[in-house]
Write a protein that binds this ligand. Structure first.
Ligand SMILES: [Mn+2]
Length: 221
């Protein structure tokens, strides 16, 4: 079966032109999705340096995604405009959808990846555990509820909607468990950092793997 990886020419993938002929194709994707509610553009390079430029109109989400990029060593550009006058829900969820699709496209047929990843990350009193399996099957177990309805103006429950959209569109099993925490900013930021580290591990290439790391023989179904 042909590898689905597509060479992209987005800004963040421009370094690829200088790579040696024998280097693997850059695992990157550039996606745009426009609906009546939102307009989202994502440029993602999985094997990046953690450079991020995120502008969604939801500053708290920008802060979380920049942290996600940095700690996952993903290069990530996101531009989103949405119907924020309604509320932030459509924008947050749709950014999760397009980011998830970008990972799915950049990973191609997922051959050679470690597939599983886990990280437990503290931020002061907060401690969050994330375990992922980039298996092609999506599942979200979300136990990161905070006692606070909002961080600033951001509704904390939107984090769960973001994670569901992400897991569904990557095709990823995502377990998030808060082990300790009081401050909702700390809790959510620890969750995004743990997600970043777990996904960095799971998406990394394991030289001992030939083909898909599955007894089924495929991770893309
Ligand atoms: Mn912060």
């Amino acid at each position: 079966m042909a590898t689905k990886r597509t060479e992209k020419t987005g800004v963040i993938a421009s370094g690829a032109a200088t790579r040696a002929e024998t280097a693997p194709p850059p695992r990157s994707a550039s996606l745009k999705r426009k609906t009546r509610e939102t307009d989202v553009t994502v440029n993602l390079a999985i094997d990046g340096a953690g450079k991020a430029a995120v502008s969604t109109g939801v500053p708290f989400l920008d802060h979380m995604l920049e942290s996600f990029a940095r700690h996952g060593f993903f290069d990530l550009e996101i531009e989103a405009t949405g119907d924020l006058a309604v509320d932030e829900h459509h924008t947050v969820e749709d950014v999760g959808i397009v980011l998830g699709k970008a990972f799915a496209e950049a990973l191609g047929d997922r051959s050679g990846i470690r597939r599983f990843g886990e990280a437990t990350v503290p931020l002061d009193e907060a401690l969050c555990s994330v375990v992922v399996d980039i298996s092609g099957r999506s599942y979200l177990a979300y136990n990161v509820t905070t006692a606070h309805e909002r961080v600033g103006s951001f509704q904390t429950e939107l984090v769960q909607d973001f994670m569901k959209a992400l897991a569904d569109n990557v095709g990823m099993n995502l377990h998030m468990n808060l082990l300790a925490g009081r401050n909702p900013h700390h809790i959510i930021e620890a969750a995004f950092k743990a997600l970043a580290r777990a996904m960095d591990q799971a998406t990394s290439v394991e030289p001992r793997v030939s083909g898909a790391l599955s007894t089924k023989g495929t991770l893309s179904a």
